[in-house]
Design a protein around this ligand. Structure first.
Ligand code: NAD
Ligand code: ATP
Length: 595
C-alpha cells in the first residue's frame, strides 16, 4: 500500500484514490473517530475574508512522505491555504500501518479544529458587521431626531415650552445600545433595561419627550410638525421608601470590597406631565363582545377629554356600520399613515388576549407608547386588566403614576445566502421585532433540522431536532415553556435558547445574557428545510446558507401593570398557568407533643 486518501465532501467521509492504490477505509473506527463538530459546519465563507472552505478536503496517509509532498500533496496544499494559514495539518505519514487508525483520527481532529476556527472567524466577522450596521442605523436615527428638533424650533417659536422640555428630556432617551454591546459596562446596566446618559445617571428619573415615541425606526421622511403627544416621566421606584437610599450602581467598590447590593430590581413608574389625549385601540377580530366594549369605551374616552381616538381600518368600518356617529374616529389606510399615527399616540389599548397584545407590538416597529391590555381572551397571561373595570383602570392610568413593565423585544434579521456568488453577506435581508420569540422549525420536512448556532461568534452547538426557540423573558411563558424552557420574570435581562424536541439526552435549555448576539444558520448541505416564525406569525422559509441573527432590541413594549411588575407576573403564573397547583396536604390530626 503506497497511500490512502480520504475525501470529505458535504461532511461525509468517503474514500478516494491515490494513483490506483486506494484503500476504501470505511471501518466503524474511522467513522467514530470522525469529529462530530465537523459534520455540517458552514462551508460558505465570504470572499472578503478569504474564508471560503473547500468543497472537498483530502486527508492523506502514506508510508511515503516524499510521494505526499510531491504528488497529491499539491492538491492538499492548495486547499490548506484556502482553509487556514496553519493548513489542514491532515497530511500524516506513517510507516507503521497498524497505527493508521489513531493517526487518521488525529488528522481529522486537526481538520475539524481548522474548520471550526474558520467558522468562528466568519461568525465573528458577520456579527461585527451586523453591529456596525446597527450602530450606523442608530446614529442615523439620532441625527434625524436632532434635525427634526432643530427644524421644529425654527418653525414655531411660540411652542417654546414644549421645545425646551424636549431638549432637556432628550438627555434621557431610553436606549439599550450601549449595555447590549458592552457586557463590561455594568454601570450603565445598573437598571437592567434602562440606559441613560451621564447627565442624569444618578437622578433616578427617566423622562420621555413626545419625540421619543415618534416612529424613527420606520420612516424619517414624515412631516416635521411638532408632535402633540403628552409628555411623561418614567421614575425609578418613586414609591418604595425602603429603596430610596440605594444608589444605582450594580457593583460597588466601597472599601475595596466588591458587592452587588442593588441588582436590577427597580420598579418603574410612569408619571404624566400632561394628560394623555390620544389613544389607539386595538381589537381582537371576530368577537362581538370585544366590539361592543370598544364602542362603549370610545364614548367614555370622549367624555374624559381624549380628543383623538384611533382604530384599525377594519374596526372603523365595523363601528361605522353600527353607528354613523363614529365618524370622528381616526384610522389609517396605509403603512405610512400608520407610522404617523404612532407618532401622536399617547396610549395603546388592546381588547383581546395575548395574541392581540402581540399584534399591537408588531405594529410598532420602533419605539412604542405605553400599552394597557384588557383581558378578553382565554388565557390572558400578559393582559392583566379586567375589561369590566375599564373606567376605573383607565382613569387611574391617565392620572398616573402607573407601574410599567418594560417587556423587551428581540430584533431578528434574516440574512439570505446568495446562491450565485456563494456567500451570504451581500443578499437582501428582512428584519423583525418580536415580543415573545422567534422559532425555527422543520416545517413540513420529515428530516431532522440541522441548525448551527453561534453566540457572539462563539460556536454554541448544532441543533438536531424539531427546531429552536430564541425567546425573550416575556416569551418564556409561551412556546418556550411548552418546549421545556424556564419561566423567566419579564424584567430579568436575558435571552432564552430553547431547543424543540432535540434528539439528544443532554440538550438542556439555556438562558443567555441580554447583550449577546445569536446567529443561527443552515448548513449549505442541510437535508431538510427550515422555517422561521416571528411571534407565531410571518413564517419565512430558510434555505441552506441562510442565517438568522438575533439580539435584544432597544425598543421595548412598555406595558402598564395592573398592580406592579412582580405581582402581575406571579399572579399570571399561578392563575393562568396553574403553576404548582396541588391539593394542600391534610394537617396531622394527632395532638402535638406540647399540648
Ligand atoms: N406549543 C406551543 O405552546 C405553541 C406553539 C406555537 C405558538 N405558540 C405561541 O403562540 C404565540 C402566538 O400567540 P397567538 O395568541 O397569536 O396565537 P394562538 O392564538 O395560537 O395562541 C397561543 C396561546 O399562547 C398564549 N400566549 C401567547 N403569548 C404568551 C405569553 N407571552 N405568555 C403566556 N402565554 C402566551 C396565548 O394566550 C394563547 O393562548 C407565539 O408567540 C408562541 O409563543 C405556542
Ligand atoms: N387587531 C388584530 N388584527 C389581526 N389579528 C389579530 C388582531 N388582534 C389579535 N389578532 C390575532 O387573533 C388571534 C386571537 O387573538 P387573541 O390571542 O388575542 O385571542 P385569544 O386566543 O382568545 O386569547 P388568548 O391569547 O388569551 O388565548 C391571534 O392569533 C392574534 O394574532
Amino acid at each position: 500500500m503506497t497511500g490512502m486518501f480520504y475525501q470529505l465532501t458535504k461532511g461525509e467521509l468517503g474514500a478516494g484514490r491515490d494513483q490506483g492504490a486506494c484503500v476504501a477505509w470505511r471501518t466503524p473506527v474511522a467513522r467514530e473517530s470522525f469529529p462530530r463538530d465537523l459534520v455540517g459546519l458552514p462551508r460558505h465563507f465570504t470572499r472578503r475574508h478569504s474564508l471560503k472552505l473547500p468543497r472537498k478536503i483530502l486527508i492523506g496517509l502514506t508510508s511515503s512522505p516524499n510521494r505526499l509532498e510531491h504528488g497529491k500533496i499539491e492538491n492538499l496544499a492548495i486547499r490548506s491555504q484556502r482553509l487556514d494559514s496553519d493548513g489542514v495539518g491532515a497530511m500524516i505519514t506513517n510507516r507503521d500501518e497498524k497505527n493508521h487508525l489513531s493517526e487518521f483520527s488525529d488528522a481529522l481532529q486537526t481538520v475539524a479544529k481548522a474548520l471550526e476556527d474558520v467558522a468562528v472567524k466568519k461568525a465573528l466577522a458577520q456579527d461585527e458587521a451586523a453591529q456596525w450596521k446597527h450602530k450606523y442605523e442608530l446614529e442615523l436615527l439620532r441625527n434625524s431626531q436632532l434635525e427634526r428638533s432643530i427644524a421644529s424650533r425654527a418653525l414655531d417659536s411660540s411652542r417654546q415650552d414644549n421645545l425646551s422640555v424636549t431638549s432637556v428630556i432628550s438627555e434621557g432617551d431610553i436606549d439599550a445600545t450601549e449595555f447590549r454591546s458592552s457586557p463590561q459596562n455594568t454601570q450603565t446596566r445598573s437598571n437592567g433595561y434602562l440606559q441613560y446618559k451621564e447627565t442624569i445617571q444618578n437622578s433616578k428619573v427617566l423622562s420621555y419627550s413626545p419625540d421619543l415615541f415618534n416612529n424613527l425606526y420606520l420612516d424619517t421622511q414624515l412631516d416635521s410638525k411638532i408632535s402633540e403627544k403628552a409628555s411623561f416621566t418614567l421614575t425609578l421606584d418613586p414609591v418604595d421608601e425602603r429603596r430610596k437610599e440605594q444608589n444605582h450602581d450594580l457593583v460597588s467598590f466601597d472599601d475595596g470590597d466588591i458587592n452587588a447590593e442593588v441588582r436590577s430590581n427597580k420598579q418603574i413608574a410612569l408619571v404624566w406631565n400632561s394628560s394623555p389625549a390620544s389613544v389607539f385601540i386595538l381589537l381582537k377580530p371576530n368577537a362581538a363582545a370585544v366590539q361592543q366594549l370598544c364602542e362603549e369605551m370610545v364614548w367614555w374616552l370622549r367624555e374624559q377629554n381624549v380628543t383623538k381616538i384611533y382604530v384599525e381600518p377594519r374596526v372603523k368600518a365595523e363601528l361605522m356600520e353600527e353607528n354613523a356617529d363614529f365618524e370622528f374616529i381616526q384610522t389609517c389606510e396605509t403603512e405610512k399613515q400608520l407610522v404617523t399615527i404612532n407618532k401622536s399616540v399617547d396610549l395603546v389599548i388592546t381588547l383581546g388576549g395575548d395574541g392581540t397584545m402581540l399584534w399591537a407590538a408588531s405594529l410598532f416597529k420602533g419605539p412604542m407608547p405605553p400599552l394597557v391590555a384588557f383581558s378578553m381572551g382565554s388565557l390572558g397571561f400578559m393582559t392583566k386588566f379586567q375589561s369590566s373595570m375599564y373606567r376605573e383602570s383607565l382613569q387611574a392610568i391617565m392620572k398616573g403614576p402607573a407601574y410599567i413593565t418594560l417587556r423587551h423585544r428581540l430584533h431578528c434579521q434574516i440574512i439570505r445566502h446568495d446562491r450565485e456568488t456563494d456567500d451570504n453577506t451581500s443578499s437582501e435581508s428582512a428584519e423583525y421585532l418580536v415580543l415573545n420569540e422567534v422559532s425555527i422549525d422543520r416545517g413540513m420536512s420529515s428530516a431532522l433540522s440541522n441548525l448551527e448556532c453561534f453566540c457572539d461568534g462563539h460556536f454554541v452547538t448544532i441543533v438536531q431536532g424539531d427546531g429552536l426557540i430564541i425567546s425573550s423573558p416575556s416569551g418564556s411563558t409561551a412556546y418556550s415553556l411548552a418546549a421545556g424552557g424556564s419561566v423567566v420574570h419579564p424584567q430579568v435581562p436575558g435571552i432564552l435558547f430553547t431547543p424543540i424536541c432535540p434528539h439528544s439526552l443532554s440538550f438542556r435549555p439555556l438562558i443567555l445574557p441580554d447583550y449577546v448576539t445569536l446567529r443561527v444558520q443552515l448548513p449549505l448541505n442541510c437535508r431538510g428545510q427550515a422555517w422561521a416564525s416571528f411571534d407565531g406569525k410571518g413564517r419565512q422559509q430558510l434555505w441552506g446558507g441562510d442565517a438568522l441573527i438575533v439580539r435584544m432590541s432597544e425598543w421595548p413594549v412598555p406595558a402598564v401593570c395592573e398592580k406592579e411588575s412582580s405581582g402581575d407576573f406571579l399572579r399570571s403564573v399561578r392563575e393562568s398557568l396553574h403553576w404548582n397547583r396541588r391539593n394542600i396536604q391534610l394537617a396531622d390530626e394527632r395532638p402535638s407533643p406540647s399540648h
